[in-house]
Ligand binder design. Structure first.
Ligand code: SF4
Length: 487
């Protein structure tokens, strides 16, 4: 269904960002706050920090962007040298503060704080089981399911064994930062679907979804947390201990992190995201290059792809042909369909001298619903482009994501039941080509079997418990005004 939403709102929506720190002497709150700022692109609905001062937990969780969620007083009250943080986009659970994270709970053998990036595929089953055992839930998110299961296991086992037991029961994608009393730990699911890395900071250590958070703190990336690994940050920020709790033959890294979600300046699973995007752009030229007067990116998502494509094309002009108004977005009110359709003109303006009377290659990272691509082609035609050839730095998205990415429902995906030629016709381009799956694997330095490619093949690395419980039913999506989307 065409909602008229444009640009970022048409694309997949970011998931969540998690962070955890342990210092010798320094308070954790401010480093966590800055790290969450660095991860803001991974979730804009709510932000939260939980710290521990050696005696008790301190928590502040609020709706909104990081800069709005914390006042100086809030940060002052978050005492202690250890803590975890979270920025959230709701992939499971409701669009309200009860699902904001970190989730914290006190139980018989101490306190737990938990930040989760990902989506469990068996949360419903586990929730019923725990409810039958007397656990009462305060939210409908899957993070609380993990917290209750872990709390239960901690009554009978030490920390490492309790985490291992919980990992044996939860299925799906998860990168977690956990605070058990004043100990901070990080866990990555056995397939490594979601990213998580370790960094060294001045006087301590950090766990974060992306290395850009470590850079922001002037830290040094140590390495990625391995799939199935538990990392426990030592007290006093003196180092970390590693426990390989689960091993699998194959991983299932989400290739879309490199294509779309992660910051270009992050290193994920050993690859700088910016370089990966340029590499995908180069392969795009090799697979489906077309001679045109100019190559231009869809801002900002297509820029790194377009620079790689233009480099491989040798000698072709690389220019900006569309200018983005960065101030239109969350706060701009667009109550009617007409006004929403107008939003593309408010957000983007063609640079007429780049496109008028010329043949154009327009590069983007992906096409989800096709709404935006159609509007961009119209804009460029109105600005006088003679031919418009679209090249996409990822394969066609043919199926939804069940691992925590708000991709769109199957019915909304333009490539779910259309050929490339039918899509080309619908968006109005003169030609259209996508990158092949093999090229993605090759550029990311992985074999196909070690990547999650569910949204481009329809084959997932996990058994999906019940497709009907997924996004089509009650999963909220935020539009570009920060409001629940109406489609
Ligand atoms: S289905 Fe697609 S978006 Fe979802 S985890 Fe797999 S590769 Fe990533």
């Amino acid at each position: 269904m065409d909602t008229g939403r444009a640009l970022d709102a048409d694309g997949p929506t970011e998931k969540c960002g998690v962070v955890g720190v342990s210092f010798a002497e320094r308070d954790a709150a401010l480093p966590l706050y800055y790290s969450l700022y660095a991860l803001q692109h991974r979730g804009q609905e709510s932000a939260g920090i939980v710290t521990h001062d050696g005696f008790q937990q301190h928590s502040h969780v609020a709706m909104g962007l990081v800069g709005d969620a914390f006042s100086e007083d809030d940060l002052d009250a978050l005492n202690g040298p250890t803590g975890i943080g979270h920025v959230r986009y709701p992939t499971s659970g409701g669009l309200d503060s009860s699902c904001a994270q970190p989730f914290s709970v006190s139980f018989k053998s101490g306190s737990l704080g938990l930040s989760h990036n990902g989506n469990l595929v068996n949360a419903g089953e586990l929730r019923s089981e725990l409810e039958n055992l007397g656990h009462a839930f305060t939210s409908d998110g899957d993070t609380e399911v993990i917290a209750h299961d872990l709390a239960r296991n901690l009554l009978e086992a030490d920390l490492v064994r309790a985490v291992k037991r919980t990992m044996g029961r939860i299925h799906g994608s998860y990168s977690l930062t956990i605070m058990h009393d004043d100990t901070v730990l990080g866990v990555r699911d056995p397939e490594g679907n979601r990213p998580l890395c370790i960094g060294k900071l001045d006087g301590g250590y950090i766990l974060a979804s992306e290395s850009a958070a470590i850079d922001t703190m002037d830290g040094e990336l140590v390495r990625d947390v391995r799939p199935g690994e538990l990392v426990v940050l030592r007290e006093g920020g003196s180092g970390f201990d590693s426990y390989q709790l689960v091993e699998r033959e194959n991983t299932a890294h989400c290739f879309f992190e490199h294509v779309y979600f992660a910051r270009p300046d992050s290193v994920i699973d050993g690859t700088l995201v910016y370089e990966a995007r340029r590499g995908l752009g180069r392969r795009l030229w090799q697979e489906s290059g077309v001679d045109t007067d100019v190559v231009m990116p869809v801002p900002d998502s297509g820029r790194a792809f377009a620079s790689g494509y233009a480099e491989a094309a040798e000698g072709v002009e690389f220019a900006e042909g569309l200018m983005k108004n960065r101030y239109v977005g969350r706060t701009f009110i667009m109550p009617t369909q007409d006004e929403r359709e107008r939003a593309v003109r408010l957000k983007l303006n063609p640079i007429r001298s780049t496109v008028e009377g010329r043949t154009v290659t327009l590069i983007d990272d992906s096409i989800v619903r096709g709404t935006t691509s159609n509007q961009l082609v119209d804009l460029l035609r109105e600005a006088g482009a003679e031919e418009i050839h679209m090249r996409i730095g990822a394969p066609p998205i043919v199926a939804p994501c069940y691992m925590g990415i708000d991709m769109a429902s199957r019915e909304e995906l333009i490539a779910a039941d259309r050929s490339t030629e039918e899509i080309r016709e619908q968006i109005g381009a003169d030609s259209l080509a996508y990158l092949s799956i093999d090229a993605v694997a090759e550029v990311l330095g992985e074999v196909r079997e070690d990547l999650c490619l569910g949204c481009v093949t329809g084959e997932y690395p996990y058994d999906i418990e019940d497709e009907a419980t997924d996004r089509d039913v009650d999963r909220p999506r935020i539009d570009d005004q920060g409001l629940p989307a109406d489609d």
